[in-house]
Design a protein around this ligand. Sequence first.
Ligand SMILES: NC(=O)c1ccc[n+]([C@@H]2O[C@H](COP(=O)([O-])OP(=O)(O)OC[C@H]3O[C@@H](n4cnc5c(N)ncnc54)[C@H](OP(=O)(O)O)[C@@H]3O)[C@@H](O)[C@H]2O)c1
Length: 431
Amino acid sequence: MVRTTSGVCRVGLLGLGTVGAAVAEILLRRRNEIAARAGVTIHLHRVAVAHPERARGITLPDGVLAADARGLLDDPDVDVVAELIGGIEPARTYVHTALARGKAVVTANKQLMSTRGEELRAAAAAGGVDLFFEASVGGGIPVIKAIQEALAGNRIHQIMGIVNGTTNFILTRMAHDGLGFGEALAEAQRLGYAEADPRDDIDGHDAAAKLAILASVAFNSRVVGSDVYREGIGQVTPRIIGYARELGFVVKLLAIARDVNGAIEARVHPALLPARHPLAAVLDELNAVLIEGDPVGPVVLEGRGAGGGPTASAVLGDLIDAARNRSTGAAGRLGYMAGARRRIREMAESVLAYCVSLEVVDRPGVFARVASAFGDEGVSIASIVQKSRGTTADVVLVTHEASEAAMVRVVARLRALDVVAAVPAILRIAA
Ligand SMILES: NC(=O)c1ccc[n+]([C@@H]2O[C@H](COP(=O)([O-])OP(=O)(O)OC[C@H]3O[C@@H](n4cnc5c(N)ncnc54)[C@H](OP(=O)(O)O)[C@@H]3O)[C@@H](O)[C@H]2O)c1
């Protein structure tokens, strides 16, 4: 562990994009304020980028934007490295190099932490240096440290989050303004909430990566993005959202991780939430995470989950933490005790209530045949709504709790019925 004795902590910034530029700007503009609060001056010492010649909306002091990443990592004066490049390589190599040289690392990189988090946290612990990654989940929402520090005395049962702002924005516009998926996506792209290629968000990959990070911290076990069951919001339509509303639900893309008798259930999918649930009121591009722990009970954290400013807030908090730890000789104090690896449950093991939407032929006897598809698999129906649409009808059924495996068989039976024209959506219900 390296201790800063000079009262100055020198930061090396890797990346000066959306997040890096916001971090640099605040470090420069609020230098005195941050020093007063942190008890240490946090000095922007060096910045490395991929294209140093590129024009930028920020003016750095002379000589700061001077070196490539290797030069920054080789610089013995850099105390803390903020990795704000993104992606796996070269970010992973750079983080390892920094840690091996006794530098603390702060990263916002969910791709890296959701795939290599365990190896990096172990490397930091072995070297007695800090590795902080608050910004990798939920942008400005302080959720990682809440779990690691303020809630450290709890046994966490469940984490349920809206951790992707793009999909929350799209679902909000569909629900509140009646937009179709394509229109809502186009608006999200116009406002900068969605990438030109939005698949990472729409298909749930981004949320799955964030859930893996949250679950690994909450359950002290290795969870990677590919452990998370994943469905995107492709099957959600304004009509489904309307039927859900009639039944008292809202539709959200949820990221859920649960401790089920010591095993971990981790899933991302669109789900029906009771309209009075705290996450049901999380609108537009906002994110929120509900943590349920013993003895604390439910804790909800809500805020802006992306964007330069909110993400910089989390990075700055981590930088200040790292600087304080170095000045007090407390670096590595969070440590990393990899617990025994817990089993990751298969989705087929989940037991949930479901909402199934069907298009059926509108004639007598259809209900009985549909109901028997459920009954034959031991799945009981809690409520049914039917809307006639001329020769066809929409039928929306809500089940009592059933195993996912049984529901898969029910859906196969429904699809085989000649009276069922389509099964447009099967949405799980979250409570
Ligand atoms: N943007 C958000 O809202 C947000 C929210 C949460 C987390 N994050 C995470 O924050 C990280 C940064 O995201 P961002 O949106 O700021 O990305 P970005 O705007 O694309 O910026 C990336 C920066 O990294 C630099 N870079 C790329 N390769 C490099 C290399 N090999 N060596 C040195 N610099 C290199 C780029 O240099 P040039 O400028 O010269 O090309 C650029 O300045 C990612 O891990 C992302 O997932 C972002």
